[in-house]
Ligand binder design. Sequence first.
Ligand SMILES: NC(=O)c1ccc[n+]([C@@H]2O[C@H](COP(=O)([O-])OP(=O)(O)OC[C@H]3O[C@@H](n4cnc5c(N)ncnc54)[C@H](O)[C@@H]3O)[C@@H](O)[C@H]2O)c1
Length: 442
Amino acid sequence: MSHSTDSEPIGVIGTGYVGLVTAAGFAELGNDVWCIDIDEAKIKGLKNGRIPIWEPGLEELVERHRARLHFSTDLADALEHARLLFVAVGTPPTYSGDADLSAVHAVVEAMPASDRHALVMKSTVPVGTGATIKRLFAEQGKGGFSYVSCPEFLKEGSAVNDFLDPDRVVIGDDGDWAGDAVVGLYAPLEAPLVRTDIKSAEMVKLASNAFLATKISFINEIANVCEETGADVVEVAKGMGLDDRIGPKFLQAGIGFGGSCFPKDVTALKQLAGNSGYHFQLLNSVIEVNELQKRRVMAKLEKHLGSLVGKEIALLGLAFKPNTDDMREASSLVLSARLQAAGSRVRAYDPVAEEEARKLIRGVDFKASAVETVEGADAVVLVTEWAEFAALDFAELASSMRGSLVIDGRNFLDPSKVREAGLTYEGIGRPALKDREPAGTT
Ligand SMILES: NC(=O)c1ccc[n+]([C@@H]2O[C@H](COP(=O)([O-])OP(=O)(O)OC[C@H]3O[C@@H](n4cnc5c(N)ncnc54)[C@H](O)[C@@H]3O)[C@@H](O)[C@H]2O)c1
């Protein structure tokens, strides 16, 4: 990676996961960045070096580039110093499943007439949003504003690395100065570049997330058939993933995908298709399979425990995936609610997501460690595959539990270790007891 010498100051509007990582990433590349957010507490915290999210490496990066990172609630600061204004505000789902673009539109409204600025859209938006914004600009006498679509593909938990070493950079533009400037900004990363029209760039983002979600729902359905037929989905996925047309990633069966992106982006693409008169049949199934998958744990628990009334259930992990404190659409939300509805008492532990979880989950007894959570439990459900759970001493856990059931919702634990401790292991799509241990893959 070569650092640019002639760096361009930029503005970033919205300092959440995407905005803050983008800002810190461009600061690392040598750019001055004016970060704007309407959340005064967040900006005040950032000015004092407080990072509002848990993301590996982010705090260090922000600290290292404090001199280049300027935080403000006043859009005028960014407009004064930067031509390119990256938009990274939230686009959550509405009740209809369409993306809520109110924050994006608030940013558009706030822009003054200008022929030296450009909006660079990082937020995930429906195809056609760029065209609508350009029309709005024209209607509001701001036709001089340029527009670039630059979708973001970072993954929470490895966001800093994903920014600095992306698989690709996608830039959709009208072939004007702004597109060239964004290409120049990303040039030091030496990443594969797809420069295209705005609508295609918007679709790359939605289609990529929909495809990955499809891959997860596919392997989850294979897992469910494995349960009926005695095959082991972990072995099956290994065998499939070595085919380089398929690849091993996103081929891990489990209790469903969650997070701030997949559920809403898949639904938004389904809605976008529907609004344009096309019934996206496959995506309907992807969503339905995912919803059902989150609930399959209930049947597994009932199979072993009978009625769940009064049962003590321990959840290990709450975040939608490891290495993040993001709880949006996490499978743990559905599971903890279903368990309580069935009369169980739920205790839970997550290494970092407790604070976020407390805002969304009711009635759960939060514990300070895995060991404490499991004590006296009838069953343990591994919900999030945090590395520390693989290192647990299952013999110690077994002696403190009331029951003996371990449901591995992410096929993350070593079944033999769990069984050697005298516990009953149930994964997702894995036979209850192996006919034979596999000889290995070599
Ligand atoms: N989180 C991810 O992993 C990820 C990955 C790729 C793309 N995206 C997309 O990026 C966008 C942002 O996602 P996020 O997870 O960073 O959201 P977020 O909720 O973490 O952050 C959004 C920020 O925007 C601020 N904001 C809202 N309205 C504003 C306004 N008018 N002016 C200034 N600031 C405003 C909010 O206060 C908040 O700090 C979404 O469209 C999302 O789909 C997210």
